[in-house]
Ligand binder design. Structure first.
Ligand code: NAP
Length: 286
């Protein structure tokens, strides 16, 4: 299966490359800009599968640069989906929990109405709609609260702070699903290797936690005292873009497609530590 991976240098893209191995061609953004429809069409020709993990991911900056985010997250995604449809290739669009407003009190179903709170979520929601219009058989894979070996993530920030400060304050009023990029990469691979129907899939690890509980678990697993994590609330930690308070995504589509359901976030975190994901930071903090 000839596979084109867009965004292969990003946090999720790095683990997608690990899982896909030599099957995937993964041009950098300098080699292939997804805003360039003609270049995307040429790159997609002859492919069996196209995975779009490329995105404008600066959530706060998107508030003042929504057009820039839209050009990549909506128009760029549409370019890739349209080219994949023309080539007869499967298409996977990676999306986000930020398409929801976070006011639910039970896990969001795959077909729950979209109502993004901020610019980044708006552009990603627009991307989902444009992708499905251009390639009705596409797989939309929403994920959330990602961490991995590459890039910037909450665990890397927390464990980095642990070597600089005695305590860290973390919010107790946002609930979500910490999710390891390796698990998302495996889930995407299971989709493209199967005959799973197109549509929306939620690729988050199971169960849920607040950022506070997640931070405590990180400290504990790193051999640090979890009491060094102090509770705070979003009101004391205001950022330019609003964050959904409740970002828990349901996993029904995997079962309906007869595929494995994502495992719990604690199981995934154990494996991420065993995999050495944060070894450099743990050594510095110990
Ligand atoms: N991180 C999270 O917690 C999270 C949560 C929910 C959903 N997601 C979604 O998961 C996906 C992957 O996120 P991530 O955290 O891995 O993102 P990331 O680390 O920021 O990587 C994004 C990638 O997209 C590339 N890119 C940006 N603009 C491009 C363009 N115009 N043409 C081609 N490539 C371009 C970047 O290349 P350069 O670095 O060269 O610009 C980078 O390789 C995205 O769809 C994101 O919306 C992420």
């Amino acid at each position: 299966m000839r596979t084109l991976l867009l965004g292969g240098a990003g946090m999720l893209g790095t683990d997608l490359r690990r899982i896909l191995g030599r099957r995937a061609e993964a041009p950098t953004s300098a080699e292939l800009d997804i805003r360039d429809a003609a270049a995307v069409e040429a790159a997609v020709a002859g492919m069996d599968v196209v995975i779009n993990a490329a995105a404008y991911t600066k959530v706060d900056e998107a508030e003042t640069h929504e057009d820039d985010a839209l050009a990549i997250n909506a128009a760029g995604a549409e370019n890739a989906a349209r080219a994949a449809a023309a080539a007869g290739a499967k298409f996977v669009q990676v999306s986000t929990d930020y398409v929801f407003d976070g006011t639910a009190d039970e896990p969001y179903r795959e077909d729950a109405p979209l109502n993004p709170l901020g610019a980044y979520g708006r552009t990603k929601a627009d991307g989902e709609r444009r992708v499905l219009a251009a390639h009705p058989g596409a797989h939309i894979v929403r994920t959330a609260w990602l961490y991995g070996d590459a890039g910037t993530s909450f665990p890397r920030t927390m464990l980095g702070l642990a070597s600089q400060r005695d305590t860290v304050s973390v919010v107790t009023d946002q609930v979500g699903q910490p999710t390891w990029t390796m698990d998302v990469a495996r889930l995407i691979n299971s989709l493209i290797e199967s005959n799973a129907p197109g549509g929306i899939y939620h690729a988050t690890n199971g169960d849920s936690a607040t950022w506070f509980v997640f931070a405590q678990e990180l400290f504990r697993r790193a051999g640090l005292d979890p009491q060094r994590v102090l509770p705070t609330t979003s009101a004391d930690f205001v950022r330019p873009a609003p964050r959904p308070a409740y970002s828990v995504l349901g996993h029904t589509a995997w079962t309906l497609a007869a595929l494995d359901v994502p495992r719990t976030w604690r199981e995934a975190l154990d494996d991420a530590f065993d995999d050495g994901a944060f070894a450099d930071l743990i050594e510095a903090a110990s």
